[in-house]
Write a new protein. Structure first.
Length: 470
């Protein structure tokens, strides 16, 4: 028996490969399925099952392409009603895979079709659970994402309480917990950086698994402090439930190399968004006017999903040479299938063609300190998340979290210089690029973000441990 976690950091997502005696199962695969097929081929195995724990909201699963390529059977748990051919397993049903068994445990709560898969080894011993978004390391799935559900988040949380206590907490302590996500995912609140653990450890450390916890306490704690989910979540659920274009088709369309002239013409003719995926400081030195910077070396896909409201939006992109395929792949992971080409030769070809270029000023934290010393009324904008801001922030900062920047535009004056910072410089450049595209001309990015600012003497609030914030 072989069990492998395939973890994708930018999505904080875990897919799983299980192989026994020439048969394999893939749990919650990503959109690009070639690596799974190649892995099975190296093991001399046939992929028998594609197991889905639920209809994912934060990424588009590769179940359809993988089943089409391999003949594997797509499996969902009870209550799932996909618009394509799939096997809907019953609670307690056992699926044979080589010499091992996968038992279906219906665990509603995160969503009503949520299912945990229990792996029994060759001797029939309970070895591991693949818990999807039902149980994370240090947390449980948020109960407010069920698409088109008539249930309130409190009612869903009640189902989750029952699922955990009747289906999961009754399992042996040595069972390994393999969740669908880790720290950084928006599918939970306070996930650990660890990507797996034993159930026994989780019973001791995970607040949601306290043995003496009442249903009322559980519902209150699980639903407390939930931020609104990103706008693209229900759109990804729809794609996972109803189907989507082949990844090969998406890649072919997105990897059209366009000269600067063709790129400019396509932008004008289609109304495509120009997405610049280079490093923030490279973008600051020069970019195509109205281009939006979301760097590929960061939380690229989730920020695309959070900030581009329409997954049907045509996208033209700028990338460092050699990374174009990576960009299209990572866009497709979150359902943005309408990339229509990239700038051939990268940004330098745009410059060489004599096209118009815009820039954004970027200064150090020490320079910000100097400007504040000269004038303490300068307009500083903090675009971090609420928890980061509440833990500690500049006393003079105006709070406008990047996730909801458009809702704060009325508070940000166009006739003043805005000094923008995040934690490290990635998000602040995204914010600056969005504001510039909205007509803000006086923008200054702070290199190194709050980490660098904290090394200065700029007045800050007292630190409050994030774990104490509710």
């Amino acid at each position: 028996m072989k069990v492998e976690q395939i973890y994708t950091g930018c999505l904080a997502q875990g897919a799983y490969y299980i192989e026994s005696n020439g048969e394999a199962a893939i749990i919650d695969p990503l959109r690009e399925v070639k690596p799974y097929i190649e892995k099975a081929a190296r093991d001399g195995a046939d992929i028998k099952y594609v197991l889905e724990t639920h209809f994912h909201a934060d990424f588009v699963s590769g179940h359809l392409d993988l089943a089409k390529a391999t003949g594997a059977r797509i499996v969902f748990g009870p209550n799932a009603q996909p618009k394509f051919d799939a096997y809907i397993a019953q609670d307690g049903e056992e699926l044979k895979l080589g010499k091992v068994t996968i038992k279906v445990l219906h665990t509603p709560g995160h969503t009503m079709e949520s299912t945990t898969y229990l792996l029994l080894d060759e001797q029939g011993r309970e070895y591991a659970i693949f818990s999807g978004d039902t149980l994370f390391i240090g947390d449980v799935g948020r109960p407010d994402l069920a698409a088109k559900s008539d249930l309130t988040q409190e009612q869903l949380a009640g189902h989750l309480y029952d699922s955990l206590r009747t289906k999961i907490m009754t399992l042996p302590d040595e069972v390994v917990v393999y969740p669908a996500h880790g720290a950084g995912s928006a599918c939970g609140k306070n996930m650990s950086k660890e990507t797996f653990d034993t159930l026994g450890n989780q019973k001791r450390a995970n607040y949601a698994l306290r043995a003496d916890m009442t249903r009322e306490e559980f519902v209150k704690e699980v639903t407390d402090g939930l931020l609104p989910p990103p706008n693209y979540f229900p759109l990804n659920v729809m794609l996972n439930k109803e189907g989507y274009a082949s990844i090969d088709q998406v890649m072919h369309q997105g990897l059209q190399a366009l000269t600067p002239e063709a790129f400019e013409a396509a932008a004008n003719e289609t109304g495509a968004l120009v997405l610049d995926t280079r490093k923030p400081q490279d973008f600051a030195k020069g970019f195509i006017p109205n281009g939006i910077n979301i760097g590929i070396d960061g939380g690229f896909a989730p920020w695309v999903g959070a900030l581009i409201p329409d997954i049907q939006q045509p996208i033209l992109f700028v990338a460092d040479e050699g990374r174009e395929e990576e960009v299209v792949t990572r866009l497709a992971r979150v359902g943005y299938d309408h990339a229509i080409g990239f700038l051939k030769g990268g940004f330098q070809s745009w410059v060489a063609a004599g096209k118009e270029v815009d820039t954004i000023t970027s200064i150090t934290a020490a320079e910000l300190e100097e400007k504040y010393t000269q004038d303490n009324s300068i307009f500083i904008v903090d675009v971090r998340k609420p928890g980061e801001y509440e833990a500690e922030h500049l006393q003079a900062a105006h709070f406008a979290p990047l996730d909801y920047l458009n809702e704060h535009l009325a508070e940000l004056p166009k006739d003043q210089t805005l000094y923008i910072h995040c934690a490290g410089g990635y998000r602040s450049m995204i914010a600056a690029s969005i504001l510039r595209a909205r007509g803000y001309q006086h923008l200054v990015d702070i290199k190194g973000g709050y980490k660098a600012i904290a090394e200065t003497s700029l007045p800050r609030t007292n630190f409050v441990c994030p774990s104490t914030l509710k």
